[in-house]
Design a protein around this ligand. Structure first.
Ligand code: ZN
Ligand code: ZN
Length: 219
């Protein structure tokens, strides 16, 4: 990877993934991003560690009064250089991360694109119906029509890049949009853009956050 990922997953998404409470489409998004992003993979491991600690506690008298120090210790352990670094799943396609390859059933040439107009194409991935996942193909320099969002939409760039009213996004970057955002993504001029996009209308991220973790993390 030449350029650094600037736009990352939220704690809510990583915690939801760790707790196994995300819709399948959102789990796919987290798995795909984490396979490309060392930073979020480390954060996910921290949440996994906290979840494990909670499970280890006596369920009958769990006192969720972890001191800040305890939490810091968990993160310090994760950040420590003596901590073995887990390696990303082996990627056998330069565009599609391993978690997406499984849904496509092959590499990028196996994607069954359907035109949605103006050269923009999409391919719906087979996930459970509580949320949807699709691959988007935007020709270089082309725009996805201005749109709002009935719920939450997360987009991650897999090839090329795009810009909208918020910022510029390149491979691995995620953009998290909600009802408040109207945007017009425009693909970079030098390369066709391929993205993974997941939407959850009308669910809210809040409902995915494990209640056990809320007092602990004060979110
Ligand atoms: Zn990240
Ligand atoms: Zn959007």
């Amino acid at each position: 990877m030449t350029d650094k990922i600037k736009h990352h997953l939220s704690d809510e998404l990583l915690m939801g993934y760790s707790a196994g409470t995300l819709p399948e489409a959102f789990s796919l998004m987290v798995a795909a991003h984490v396979s490309l992003c060392d930073e979020c993979r480390a954060r996910l491991e921290a949440f996994d560690a906290i979840g494990g600690a909670l499970l280890d506690a006596d369920a009958g008298q769990v006192e969720l009064e972890f001191e800040d120090k305890a939490l810091e210790a968990v993160f310090a352990t994760i950040d420590g250089s003596d901590q073995p670094k887990t390696t990303a799943p082996e990627v056998t396609c330069s565009v599609l991360p391993a978690p997406i390859l499984a849904y496509v059933g092959g590499d990028v040439s196996s994607i069954k694109w359907r035109s949605v107009g103006r050269g923009v194409k999409q391919a719906i991935l087979p996930t459970s119906k509580d949320a949807s996942a699709r691959l988007l193909y935007i020709p270089a320099g082309a725009a996805v029509p201005d749109h709002g969002h009935a719920g939450n939409e997360i987009t991650m760039v897999l090839q090329g890049g795009y810009s909208d009213e918020m910022d510029h996004f390149i491979r691995g970057d995620v953009e998290i949009a909600d009802e408040d955002l109207n945007h017009t993504p425009v693909a970079d001029m030098n390369e066709d853009c391929i993205c993974l996009a997941v939407t959850d209308a009308p669910l809210k991220f809040n409902s995915f956050v494990p209640r056990l973790l809320q007092p602990l993390l004060r979110i």
